[in-house]
Design a binder for this molecule. Structure first.
Ligand code: 5CA
Length: 155
């Protein structure tokens, strides 16, 4: 297994996860590609998106259904701040993972995490596991527990 995918597997296990990180032969870099490679609905793909808060430049993580686009002003209003998308370089520095493989757990530093309420309608969702061709299945309930996420509307 790729060392970054292994790091995610180990982190997940430490959190009480019993499932398996899966390295696929085809790309899971984007939500569309991941859904195709896995054979699931695009809505079941968890996008792990890093945003930066304006006030103090600290990062947050948004776990977003693959079918949704983040309404930045709406989420900013919810958090009583403004948010902007992190650059690819910032994502690497903050999480330790490359764009297209950013997982919901296992980052270099703890990141306050918010989860799209639309993910709750699925029995199983799929998130990136550290590389652009690795993913893991998880129930939205366990994903919320593992990430200590707050549930919010994002779209
Ligand atoms: N592996 C899939 C989910 S299983 C995945 O990582 N999807 S994602 O949506 O979380 O990651 C792709 C996201 O990376 C894009 O939605 C986009 O928000 C972000 N991204 C892509 N290119 C850049 C870039 N150059 N700079 C900053 N963010 C980028």
């Amino acid at each position: 297994m790729h060392p970054l995918a292994e790091k995610v597997q180990i982190t997940l296990n430490a959190l009480g996860y019993f499932g398996q990180v899966q390295e696929l032969p085809t790309s899971t870099r984007t939500a569309t590609e991941a859904a195709q490679s896995i054979g699931c609905e695009v809505g079941q793909i968890v996008k792990s998106l890093v945003f930066i808060l304006s006030r103090d430049q600290t990062p947050i993580l948004l776990l977003v259904s693959g079918r949704n686009r983040v309404d930045e002003s709406k989420v900013g209003d919810l958090l009583k701040d403004k948010i902007r998308k992190a650059t690819a370089q910032e994502v690497g520095q903050i999480t330790g993972f490359p764009i297209g493989g950013v997982p919901p757990v296992g980052h270099r530093q703890p990141i306050p995490t918010y989860m799209d309420e639309d993910l709750l309608q699925f029995d199983v969702v799929w998130a990136a596991a550290g590389t652009p061709n690795s993913v893991f299945p998880v129930s939205p309930f366990h994903l919320k527990e593992f990430t200590k996420a707050w549930i919010i509307p994002v779209k």
